[in-house]
Design a protein. Structure first.
Length: 212
């Protein structure tokens, strides 16, 4: 019954207010949106964090706000590549995948999304795009930026990951379609941003433990 409640909560907590979407993220149980119709063909993959984290069952209320339409960013602080928002990650589709990514990586790292938790993580999705840049020698870019607020953490995390990056799931010479390359690199960019938050959360917990 509890799993069903959270599944319904995730589905019903989407509001279009001032050109933004709001999600209350619950535990993994049921998919928020079917793959087919959004990412037909090769399935969207969720990549694990590079390092391992154990947050020991910490319960966090997670609120995800899509601010992309409000901000209309052309470039990010960490990149000179222009944002076009012409991929299948534009709009609601991308917001859904970001929400599912939090569910997956939280589950792997011992965090329990709980709508009743006293600690709230507010996530503001500011940009999510994938670009293929160049002629002949093409570079795949995954671009993602989120602002996160949690206790004493208030920070904007920005990523421009390419297929040259050692953390990229796809190699520069991989034989894949353009669509597959953009899906993979966009997925990796979401992973990189969430892991940046994990690094800060781990440091904050260690500092708090040392002070006690």
């Amino acid at each position: 019954m509890r799993k069903l409640f959270f599944a319904l909560l995730i589905t019903m907590a989407v509001n279009s207010t001032h050109a933004q979407f709001f999600y209350l993220i619950g535990p993994i149980g049921q998919a928020i949106m079917p793959e087919h119709g959004f990412l037909p063909g090769k399935a969207f993959k969720f990549y694990p964090t590079i390092d391992k984290y154990d947050f020991s069952g910490q319960k966090i209320r997670v609120e995800l706000y899509d601010k992309r339409d409000v901000l209309q960013l052309a470039t990010l602080s960490c990149s000179t590549v222009e944002i076009e928002n012409k991929t299948e990650f534009a709009g609601l589709n991308g917001t859904v995948k970001v929400g599912e990514y939090f569910q997956n990586l939280f589950s792997q790292s011992g965090i329990v999304p709980d709508s009743l938790a006293s600690d709230t993580l507010q996530v503001y999705l500011q940009a999510l795009d994938a670009r293929m840049i160049g002629f002949g020698s093409i570079t795949a870019h995954g671009l993602c930026q989120m602002q996160m607020q949690f206790k004493n953490i208030s920070k904007t995390y920005c990523v421009d990951i390419t297929d040259k990056d050692p953390h990229s799931p796809i190699g520069r010479n991989a034989f894949v379609t353009r669509k597959t390359a953009t899906r993979v690199i966009a997925s990796a960019s979401i992973r990189e941003v969430i892991e940046q938050f994990f690094v800060d959360l781990k440091a904050s917990r260690e500092k708090s433990s040392a002070g006690n």
